[in-house]
Design a protein around this ligand. Structure first.
Ligand code: ATP
Ligand code: MG
Ligand code: MG
Ligand code: MG
Length: 469
């Protein structure tokens, strides 16, 4: 069975054979781009090549890009542990053309790799195209021989990509795999498309137009290609699994978590193990790329993910800090492909251990308060916002951690009450504030970040509207 490490190589080798330059993943913290919180797709490091601001000595590239989607428009944090296909950290495999080949070549490459190189049954594949993109639909028909009903036309922004409010944009085509009628979910474009039966594996973006401020759109002189395929999703498929978390790599992390807590990886704690395996990857890779837990910006997103994982470890009955003990399993799996992980191993372990040691002091007490409160409430009632705020303010529970804890019981937080309590505290803090600008700025940042998601506050919305492909 091909491992995820093998599959990554097969992808890159295929495009290298076809004249692409293999380029390393860029760090998760984008260089020269303060507007974007984390790299969330393969195209991020090539932005200036697509807009023509920068030229290099190659016009075709292929990468395996580290991505984090845990904030802003592309926030998959709440999906983790529950869907078969989402991670906060994942690897996006991509091939890129900077004014070199276009649709006529990008579609055949994708089809050849999937059906010949990877040997996927053509009958199980279906694609979406933007509703007006006859060109793409015709190429699919010709190259793949797909019948019309498996070339689905979609009119929403799901199939029209934009780098931002202005700049390069164009239609895209998404390739789906049908896992069969045993799995819930409808085909793309149908009312129940959110299930996991039809899993999107690859997205090909055709950068074809430039969008101007006045709303007009002109064809680009040299259209470009930007594609992204989740390694874990293609891996699941090739390993005969439906669920990303059943791939060799994710499974080994789940088993490390189960072993360290003497529990059953598939027992009642299953969701906890999945979340821990996922969050272990995102936190470790973020630390390796220089992010440290803090109360603002990127560091706060990291802290939120860390604390969330720590609650799941607690739920498994872990008596001592757990996360740092799982790092060696991750380094064994991914250290060869990402040497920065091996280099940073001591720092990652130390940071996780320190953070978990400190958080455990308030975690136990916060969870006890939460369960006392819940016992008092009528069955199924939402948690009052003031309680969620107290957990945040006194016990260091990020709001999303509390929401995650309640989800297991089918309950929610009264977010309006939480916001009101937060606003009241800020007003008091401002009234009492006499010191240097720093503390107050941090408090305001924290407030905005908490309510709107840190990424938006950094301007994610404007720069990366529909962001990654
Ligand atoms: P979905 O609709 O399933 O959430 P997407 O359309 O948001 O996926 P894209 O932005 O098109 O995803 O990213 C390109 C590819 O990256 C996807 O086709 C998928 O294979 C993979 N991918 C996207 N988000 C995730 C994630 N959170 N975890 C794992 N793989 C992902
Ligand atoms: Mg998505
Ligand atoms: Mg999609
Ligand atoms: Mg997509």
């Amino acid at each position: 069975m091909a491992s995820l490490n093998d599959i990554r190589s097969t992808f890159l080798d295929f495009f290298v054979r076809n004249g692409h330059r293999q380029v390393d993943s860029s760090p998760l913290v984008p260089r020269n781009d303060p507007t974007l919180m984390f790299a969330n797709s393969g195209m991020v490091q090539f932005k200036n090549l697509f807009t023509g601001l920068e030229h290099r000595d190659y016009t075709r590239a292929t990468t395996a890009q580290k991505c984090v989607r845990a904030g802003g428009k592309h926030n998959d944090l709440d999906n983790v542990g529950y869907t078969a296909r989402h991670h906060t950290f994942f690897e996006m495999l991509g091939n890129f053309s900077f004014g070199d080949y276009f649709k006529e070549q990008a579609i055949p490459y994708a089809w050849e790799l999937l059906t010949r190189e990877f040997g996927i049954e053509a009958d199980k594949l279906l694609v979406t195209v933007y509703h007006t993109d006859d060109e793409a639909a015709n190429i699919w028909k010709k190259v793949a021989g797909l019948p019309d009903e498996r070339i689905i036309r979609i009119a929403t922004s799901d199939n029209f990509w934009q780098m931002g409010p202005t700049g390069p944009c164009g239609p895209c085509t998404e390739i789906f795999y049908d896992h069969g009628p045993g799995v819930w979910g409808g085909p793309p474009g149908s009312p129940d498309e959110d299930g996991d039966r039809f899993i999107e594996i690859w997205n090909l973006v055709f950068m074809q137009f430039e969008q101007f401020e006045d709303g007009s759109m002109k064809p680009l002189p040299n259209p470009s290609i930007d594609t992204g395929m989740g390694l874990e999703r293609i891996g699941a498929l090739l390993q005969g699994k439906h669920d990303n978390y059943d791939t060799d790599l994710m499974r080994s992390l789940i088993e490390a978590s189960a072993h360290a807590t003497s529990s059953d990886p598939d027992g009642p704690g299953k969701v906890h193990h999945r979340v821990i395996a996922d969050h272990l990857r995102s936190t470790s890779f973020l630390i390796a790329d220089g992010v440290m837990p803090s109360n603002e910006g990127r560091g706060y997103v990291l802290r939120r993910i860390m604390r969330r994982a720590m609650r799941h470890a607690h739920m498994l009955g872990a008596q001592d800090p757990l996360m740092h003990r799982l790092v060696p399993a991750l380094v064994r799996q991914m250290g060869a492909a990402y040497p920065e992980l091996t280099q940073a191993q001591p720092l990652i372990e130390e940071t996780l251990r320190g953070e978990e040691t400190r958080f455990r002091q308030t975690l136990d007490r916060g969870l006890r308060l939460l369960s006392d409160e819940l016992a008092r409430l009528p069955e199924g009632a939402d948690l009052p916002g003031e309680t969620a705020f107290k957990l945040y303010d006194t016990y260091g529970f990020p709001l999303d951690l509390t929401q995650d804890a309640l989800r297991e019981q089918g309950r929610a937080v009264e977010v309006a009450g939480f916001d009101a309590a937060m606003a009241e505290q800020k007003t008091k803090a401002r009234a009492a504030w006499t010191g240097s600008g720093e503390t107050r700025d941090a408090a305001i940042w924290f407030d905005l970040a908490e309510r709107h998601g840190a990424t938006e506050f950094l301007g994610y919305d404007t720069e990366q509207a529909e962001g990654a492909i």
